[in-house]
Design a protein around this ligand. Structure first.
Ligand SMILES: *Cc1c(COP(=O)(O)O)cnc(C)c1O
Length: 345
């Protein structure tokens, strides 16, 4: 890896961050808070929340097996996705490499930040090799984006190839593990201490059932977390979100139960799809969704919309012609989808 200072934008490396009222007194015992121009009434919502969410990070540290100082929390994983560009990529100069197809936000954030985005097409099994990704890089490549299990394909990327990218690339590698709770593959988040160029993303939006509270996380070296903390909005995770996340984290076994049911339902749904005359192929998956190639995805999609059932039409995505992406719902919801598709003519 190149030295972090060399990979970081000069203005960000030299940035003197905003110092909020709650940063400044940090640590010492205090009883009277007359420092932040808050209204003293209407507790607890009158006070600014902890800018570094330390209580929440302590709990997450235990659940995720990552030290608290190696955790960044944001407004969904979308926040760290954007922060990576803002910290490392000089607009109009630097570029990033990513697998294709994958999660759309990596490209949207590249476009917003005016950074060249270089997609590298996956093969017919939705796999990649480190060799091909590295061949797309040059001296201006700051980031490589990987997602495993990948969205919208559902499969995990061969672990050894991801490890090769991390070991061989001189810049930053981001591995988005939004769906790792559904996968049997060993997650990469516990490798961050061994690899200073690795950032792993997780979210509360999928297996944890908390998409509404907007809480995403990045695991990385202390130095990278420090950069994110400098650039983020001072109070980027609000109090209600921090409280609700602590509530959800009290019961990790609930998540295990949900995952187990969803995986059973996934098998049932994939088998049912394989039996549909309008389904050509069901792709292997390790996420809470699967990709199905249909005879005519746009028409089937519209037929389902008319029945009030919404799936994701991925027909226009490269390598996903005529594919629908099906999220696993409750047994009842899944049953409705299958019943509707059996009636399709
Ligand atoms: C759903 C998803 C996310 C989650 O984003 P949030 O902003 O945390 O809700 C991140 N990455 C991928 C690949 C996803 O599919």
């Amino acid at each position: 890896m190149k030295p972090l200072e060399e990979l970081t934008r000069k203005n960000i490396w030299n940035l003197a961050p905003y110092s909020s009222a709650r940063n400044e007194y940090a640590g010492r015992e205090a009883r009277v808070f007359l420092d932040a121009n808050e209204n003293p009434y209407n507790t607890p919502y009158n006070r600014y929340p902890d800018p570094l969410q330390l209580d929440l990070k302590d709990v997450l540290s235990k659940v995720k097996g990552v030290p608290a100082e190696n955790i960044f929390l944001g407004n969904g994983s979308d926040e760290p996705i954007d922060l990576v560009y803002r910290c490392f990529c000089n607009p109009k100069m630097d570029n990033v490499v990513a697998i294709e197809p994958t999660y759309g936000m990596y490209k949207v954030c590249a476009d917003i930040n005016d950074v060249e985005y270089r997609p590298v097409l996956l093969d017919d099994h939705f796999q990649m090799t480190a060799e091909r990704l590295l061949a797309a890089t040059d001296e201006k490549t700051k980031l490589i984006w990987l997602c495993s299990p990948n969205n919208p394909t559902g499969n995990t990327i061969v672990r050894e190839e991801i490890a090769n990218v991390i070991n061989r690339f001189e810049g930053i590698v981001i591995v988005d593990e939004a769906y790792s709770d559904f996968s049997s593959q060993k997650p990469f988040r516990q490798e961050i201490l061994k690899h200073p160029n690795l950032i792993v993303l997780n979210t509360m939006s999928k297996a944890w059932g908390c998409a509404a509270i907007r809480l995403g996380m990045a695991f990385a070296s202390k130095d990278i977390i420090g950069l994110f903390n400098k650039v983020k909005y001072p109070y980027n995770v609000n109090l209600l979100t921090q409280q609700q996340a602590l509530e959800a984290l009290k019961d990790p076994f609930e998540v295990d139960k949900w995952v187990k049911i969803l995986l059973e339902e996934r098998s049932r749904m994939m088998a049912a799809f394989k039996d549909l005359p309008i389904c050509e192929k069901v792709y292997p998956t390790e996420a809470n969704f699967f990709l199905a190639q249909m005879t005519d995805a746009p028409r089937i999609y519209n037929y389902l919309v008319d029945k009030g059932i919404i799936v994701r039409n991925r027909h226009r995505v490269q390598l996903c012609q005529n594919c629908l992406r099906i999220t696993i719902g409750t047994k009842t919801e899944n049953g409705e989808l299958i019943a509707a598709l059996r009636q399709y003519i």
